[in-house]
Design a protein around this ligand. Structure first.
Ligand code: PRX
Length: 671
């Protein structure tokens, strides 16, 4: 994306000050207080992080705040260590520490199934269930450092499974329940997971999802041969699908856990600060998904502190993060951040529109939700259904609203503010990524005014900059002027940053640190305004954000070309009012195949089978040829224009054959 087009997006001048009542009680109540804390976090990180993490459990305190990995000097990209010398287990901060306090019997999870059944899981229960499962996993042979894949829906046991792995020092890799068998097999192969934890099935939009069956298909593939055992939680039981248990491989969770917590996991496995906590696969601009690795102390501190401040967390809050636990938001702000703070979290199993578009608001009313953290794509979907749905419910318990995952358009922001927040609730717009582990920029609630569409100011310890590449500068870049578009980078390491791409240090270096030497490249375009507020425009690389799902064009293309009828494929994004971006693919077919609607249907199904239904293209367009440079590179920029119905703009001088473009634009081949 060019600098001009980044700059031209979003010219929004409205400002909303937080109410006096909110600010007076807020953890940080003014911009001055924020600036003071922010300055401290950069200039004296040792004092800042030690004070802010004082309520976490460290068996051994850290000796050094951060350093270059294995080195002596201060932390420097790409390889870093944080809280060097600390020894801990994250579950002691999330669970054990609450056992000796009144929070023991406080609700950790308020769960609602799609069919309306409810469960309340207290911290004492979460602690017990975690230790019981960890004991059982230890008996199955899970040891410190082993990888365990988790393929489950939104039920309390998914949090139990994650925490049980952490209890043993095992590394979990949660695979979003919407992924297909192929995608699971690929992740299992890359992480060499020994165990898969799943459930018989779950509900989504009134349908039963047969999760165990998908796992069966995944682990029967030769590439998934690292899997020794499949642990199955019985969630649906009689109501669910028939479950086939493979002898010697599959065990019921319910059968392997003992009544008592006595066992090896009663005592948590104490690990070093940099011990791996989890791997989460995410899409990049090239190749197959990357295993983003997060480690123990830095991630815990990052999520703990950011949860506390970004959501102005208080013990009496009822906090609801609507993200699926299969994505990073679910990891950081449904599990580690809230539990390390002793928060009460709502967890909802199903779809926002089941049985009708009032479901979210009925949940807010029923549980008295105070803090709602959701994605712009959901808000836009609600807007379409009209105000009558939220207006049917009492939303007066809400005091704070959050947004994450994509830029929020000002119209959606205003609706969220007025119709849901009734103008009383600050909106915390939080920018971050799977790789950053925790929030990197926000409109800190109560402290600063908000501007619809802006993700605000840098988080503590984070130093973002909006830059243009400039080889004439020793740094390789220059910061652009206020309100000019540029590349969003992060200039210094932060505690919860990814440590590497699992098993591939070179890819880690190349992906994040090669664009501009010595700084972290986010892949996003942004501008910073005269108040220091950031306006993130979106990805400028080949990563799409479709309805809040991060999708790599390379993954879609490789799924398509794995189909026997496809010769070449190119995937691009097209602006979409509801989803933010829609996925459009251009396909050329091999001789002997007819480019018709039947084939388009089959190709869509093929992508759904290879990756997951959420990655199904919104439009498949057939072409004789794809526009390429003389050196054979597909010119996506032109395809983006064609997909958006724009006349292809910009430089076409390197295009090999202009006729290709006019043919595509004529829509002759569109299905
Ligand atoms: O483009 C940015 C967008 O989501 C990307 C990260 O996606 P993922 O790793 O899946 O994590 C999503 C949840 C943290 C970013 O590169 N993004 C995320 N939050 C925002 C955002 N864009 C604008 N505003 C946000 N608040």
């Amino acid at each position: 994306m060019s600098n001009e087009s980044i700059t031209s997006v979003l010219k929004e001048a409205r400002r909303f000050a937080p109410s006096k009542e909110f600010s007076e009680r807020a953890r940080v109540s003014s911009r001055e207080d924020y600036e003071r804390l922010y300055k401290e976090s950069l200039e004296d990180p040792e004092t800042f992080w030690r004070r802010e993490s004082a309520d976490l459990v460290f068996r051994e305190p850290w000796k050094e705040t951060s350093r270059e990995k294995g080195g002596k000097g201060p932390a420097k990209f790409p390889f870093v260590e944080w809280f060097v010398g600390a020894k801990l287990n994250v579950t002691e901060s999330c669970l054990d520490r609450h056992m000796s306090t009144w929070r023991r019997n406080k609700a950790a999870i308020l769960w609602e199934g799609e069919l309306g059944e409810t469960r309340t899981v207290t911290y004492a229960e979460l602690y017990r269930e975690t230790i019981r499962l960890a004991n059982a996993l230890a008996k199955l042979g899970v040891q410190k450092g082993d990888r365990v894949a988790i393929y489950m829906g939104m039920i309390p046991e998914v949090a139990v499974a994650m925490l049980a792995c952490a209890r043993l020092g095992a590394v979990h890799t949660v695979i979003f329940g919407g992924f297909a068998a192929e995608a699971i097999a690929q992740r299992v192969a890359d992480s060499q997971a020994k165990i898969v934890i799943t459930q018989d099935g779950g509900y989504r939009r009134g349908n039963v999802l047969a999760l165990k069956e998908v796992v069966d298909r995944a682990v029967s593939q030769p590439e998934a041969k690292s899997v020794e055992k499949v642990v199955v939680f019985r969630h649906l039981g009689e109501r669910g699908p028939h479950v086939h248990m493979t002898a010697d491989r599959d065990v019921w969770w319910n059968d392997i856990v003992e009544e008592s917590i006595a066992g090896p996991a009663k005592e948590a496995t104490i690990v070093d600060a940099e011990h791996p906590l989890y791997i989460l696969y995410t899409s990049g601009s090239t190749g197959k998904p990357k295993g983003v690795l997060h480690t123990t102390a830095g991630y815990l501190v990052g999520t703990h502190v950011s949860f506390k401040y970004a959501f102005d967390a208080r013990d009496e809050d009822v906090y609801w993060c609507t993200a699926d636990v299969g994505w990073v938001t679910g990891h950081s702000y449904l599990v580690y951040g809230p539990f390390s703070n002793g928060a009460t979290c709502v967890m909802y199993e199903g779809a926002p529109n089941y049985p009708d578009w009032g479901r979210f608001w009925s949940i807010v009313e029923r549980w008295g939700v105070t803090t709602l953290y959701t994605a712009p794509t959901a808000i836009r979907a609600f807007i379409r259904q009209g105000e009558a749905w939220p207006n049917k419910y009492d939303l007066s318990s809400l005091r704070l609203l959050g947004s994450v995952g994509e830029p929020i358009n000002p119209e959606a922001w205003i609706w969220y503010n007025e119709v849901i927040g009734k103008g009383r609730c600050p909106i915390v717009d939080t920018w971050w990524q799977t790789e950053t582990g925790a929030i990197m920029m926000s409109t800190l609630p109560g402290a600063v005014f908000t501007k619809p569409g802006s993700t605000g100011l840098p988080w503590f310890g984070v130093e973002p900059a909006v830059v243009a590449k400039d080889p004439s500068n020793p740094s390789g870049y220059r910061e652009v002027d206020a309100n000019q578009g540029g590349l969003l980078i992060l200039k210094r390491p932060w505690p919860s940053m990814l440590r590497t791409v699992w098993g591939d240090d070179d890819r880690f270096k190349k992906q994040y640190f090669s664009e501009i030497d010595g700084v972290y490249f986010t892949g996003d375009g942004a501008r910073k305004d005269e108040d220091g507020y950031h306006w993130v425009v979106g990805r400028i690389d080949d990563v799409l954000n479709v309805a809040g799902h991060r999708i790599g064009t390379a993954e879609i293309e490789s799924a398509l070309v794995s189909h026997p009828a496809v010769a070449e494929a190119a995937a691009v994004g097209r602006p979409d009012d509801l989803k933010g971006q829609a996925l459009v693919v251009f396909v050329t077919v091999k001789p002997g195949n007819k480019p018709n609607s039947d084939l388009a249907g089959r190709l869509g199904d093929h992508v759904a089978n290879e990756i997951g239904k959420f990655a199904k293209p919104d439009q498949i367009r057939f072409a004789d040829a794809l526009p390429k440079t003389r050196s054979g590179k597909i010119m996506r920029r032109l395809l983006k224009d064609v997909a958006a119905g724009r006349t292809a703009t910009g430089d076409t001088s390197t295009l090999e054959d202009l006729a290709v473009l006019s043919k595509l634009a004529s829509d002759k081949y569109e299905e």
